[in-house]
Design a protein around this ligand. Structure first.
Ligand code: HEM
Length: 267
């Protein structure tokens, strides 16, 4: 904890120094989250709502945990499923090449190019269904007795949404253990379920839905587009994940265990 706190306080201090030197020369659209939080603290005359250093540290810690490992594990899972299903990898790469062109130059996807990546997005959604990095929400306590679809829930109970169980429930998803991006295609299972509840919940829902959802989806599209264009990949013959993905034990975040992948450069 001491090490982590030191790291976060150093990040805050360094950012303060950098901002003092760069004052007013950074475009609003180029400002990162910490810059915005520091500026909000400076600008406000309402000292009651100014973020203290320990509050800034807490925010950095949650963005670090909630924002980094979730997306990196989502990408690891996507890379795994693409390795385990070569025909899906080929189809995803064909879409990327159609949008970005082929060649031996690096590409830097723009947001309008990302929104054209329909098939890769289907792969991402199916990945997040089978392996949701946040397998459940943090527990809530209900402040009143209530009836949930015929079940009495007494006041003060601890309630959690089990996202992983929902995504693997055969009453919700057909053949839930099978990885099939077509579920999220036009006229697919997901579209047919629209309006019938919340079958797909990797980012939760409601007022406390993941604040970084769109950011994470954009990150995933950018990384997958760049990787699909540059590499092909397979699982090594002795992979422990050969038959199915083996999950690791994280701090409440789902991750693959010992995932090793053989990458071959396309250029
Ligand atoms: C694949 C990536 C991600 C997944 C699966 C994910 C999942 C979730 C889920 C399920 C929640 C709700 C937790 C609950 O209600 O107990 C949540 C909340 C949150 N997420 Fe994410 N997240 C991801 C990426 C990110 C990123 C990139 C950021 C920040 C840059 C982020 C920041 C947050 C924060 C701050 C909350 C709390 C929001 C609130 O309580 O109002 N997440 N996330």
């Amino acid at each position: 904890m001491d090490e982590m706190n030191k790291l976060f306080y150093n990040v805050i201090e360094n950012k303060r120094k950098t901002l003092a030197n760069l004052k007013d020369s950074i475009e609003d659209t180029e400002k990162d989250l910490l810059t915005l939080m520091l500026e909000a603290g400076e600008d406000t005359t309402d000292t009651q709502h100014r973020l203290s250093d320990s509050e800034l540290r807490d925010d950095l810690a949650i963005f670090f945990l909630a924002g980094h490992d979730t997306t990196s594990n989502a990408l690891s899972f996507a890379i795994y499923f693409l390795a385990a299903h070569p025909h899906i990898q080929t189809k995803a790469r064909a879409e990327v090449i159609e949008i970005f062109g082929d060649g031996d130059d690096a590409v830097y996807p723009t947001s309008s190019q990302c929104s054209q990546m329909k098939y890769v997005y289907m792969v991402m959604k199916e990945t997040l269904r089978v392996c949701p990095p946040a397998p459940n929400t943090s527990p809530r306590k209900n402040t009143e007795n209530f009836d949930l679809a015929g079940t009495f829930i007494p006041k003060g109970s601890s309630l959690t949404a089990e996202i992983y169980a929902l995504h693997h429930n055969p009453a919700v998803w057909r053949d839930p253990e099978t990885f099939d991006p077509e579920r999220f295609g036009p006229g697919g299972e997901s579209e047919l379920k629209a309006g019938t509840g919340l079958p797909w919940l990797p980012f939760a829902n409601g007022p406390r839905q993941c604040i970084g959802m769109n950011f994470s989806l954009a990150e995933q599209k950018v990384v997958l587009a760049m990787m699909l264009r540059r590499f092909t990949w397979t699982l090594p013959v002795d992979s422990i994940n050969k038959d199915h993905i083996v999950l690791g034990k994280g701090m409440g975040i789902l991750s693959p265990k010992d995932l090793r992948v053989d990458f071959i450069r396309r250029f």
